[in-house]
Each structure stands twice: as C-alpha cells, then as structure tokens.
Design a protein around this ligand. Structure first.
Ligand SMILES: [Mg+2]
Length: 225
C-alpha cells in the first residue's frame, strides 16, 4: 500500500535542462549585445564545456567564461549576462504538464510527498520556492543532508525516516535509471521511471512502472486498492 511518493526534482518535476539551455542562450545574447565578440554558438559551446568540467550547478560559470575568452572579467558584459540569465531562468523554470494537478490529488488522497535531490541545498530550495513547491512537500532531502549522492542508500533512507514510512510503502519517481531507480529499489522502495523527463535515451530502467505523463501516478495509486 503506497503511503508516500518520493520525487526526484530536476527533469522529473521540472524540465531543468530546457530551463538551463534557454537561460544560457539569453545570457549569451545579452553578453554579445554588451560587446562580447563571439557568435552565440561559440559562446554556448564554451559554456557547455565549462559545465562539463565543473558540473552543471557551477555558480562562477560566467566569470570563468569571460576569463577564458577575454583574459579578464569585463563587468559590463558580466552584468548583462547575469541579468538576462536570471530573467530567462525564472520564466523558463516551469513544471512538466499536470504536475500541480497531480500533486494536489495525491495530497487530497492523504499521501505524504517528499523530494530527494542531488542538487546543492540552496539551489534546490530556490527552485522549489520559485515554483511554490515548498508548500506541497512534507520533506526535502538535498545533497547536504547526507553528503551522499544517489544511488547511495543514504538519501533514500533519510527521506523514508523523515516521512516515517516503510520502503515497501513508498514509491520513488525519477528520470535517472542508474541513480533514482537503482538506488530506490536497492532499499526496497517501489519505483516509477519518468520517461517524459528522460534526457539519456534510456533503454532499460528496471522500474516497476513507466510514466509518459506524471498524472499516471494516480492510476498506480488507484489500481492498488
Ligand atoms: Mg533528475
């Protein structure tokens, strides 16, 4: 009997990759407008390279980008890029279709809701607050809570402890088979693969369920009575 649903955040509740690429493109257009002498493709390729080396949450990406391309930080160009990035990020950070209605129905059914994210705590909470998700979820476990990343058991065990549910009574929903699904099934949780958020062209995921739309969680819950 499922009593709690635990969600991954990025590419499961929100289309993080789309948000990121739109925000970066807006930032590069603004930097070029402010005097940066590169094409958009050259600039975005360079940013992609930095993210690959430093991680997708790297916060000094524009400083390093300008150091690498200009040999110094031009603060007019930097500021133009940061402002454009923030504006576009806010506009582009939206949940997948049917996320809010599904969460509302799950809450009305008396289910507890949690999030397990590998994102840094501050960045994860900012995304949650932008979306008003901080009012929906009973518990949130980010990287700092355990210092371990999925598929390590620690973050899964921590969210189960906080939600006060047995692993067999919890359903994990995530887009990353090797992290979300493997880690959750390893501690005995039920699992649902978020196919709609898959950016890896995942062939096999070994989850109990596959979702092409997040609202299909309601079918899973309704079918178990
Ligand atoms: Mg994810």
């Amino acid at each position: 009997m499922v009593k709690a649903i635990v969600f991954d955040l990025d590419n499961t509740l929100v289309d993080f990759m789309k948000m990121k690429s739109r925000a970066i493109e807006a930032a590069m257009i603004a930097m070029i407008d402010a005097g940066l002498n590169l094409t958009i493709n050259e600039a975005t390729d360079q940013i992609d390279k930095i993210y690959k080396e430093q991680g997708i949450e790297y916060q000094q990406v524009f400083d390093l980008f300008l150091q690498q391309t200009l040999g110094r930080i031009d603060h007019k160009i930097l500021a133009a890029g940061i402002v454009a990035y923030r504006r576009e990020r806010e506009a582009a950070l939206i949940p997948y279709p049917h996320v809010y209605s599904t969460l509302n129905k799950l809450i009305r059914s008396g289910l507890k809701l949690g999030i397990v994210s590998d994102a840094p705590r501050r960045e994860a909470w900012l995304r949650l607050a932008y979306l008003n998700f901080h009012h929906y979820f009973d518990e949130v476990v980010t990287f700092e809570e355990t210092g371990q990343r999925k598929p390590n058991a620690a973050p899964f065990l921590e969210i189960l402890r906080r939600l006060n549910v047995e692993p067999k009574d919890a359903l994990m929903v995530g887009d990353w088979a090797e992290r979300d699904i493997l880690g959750a099934s390893g501690v005995g949780m039920k699992t649902a693969f978020a196919r709609y958020g898959d950016t890896f062209n995942t062939l096999s995921h070994n989850a109990d369920y596959e979702l092409t739309d997040i609202s299909q969680i309601l079918d899973i819950i309704n079918s178990q009575v």
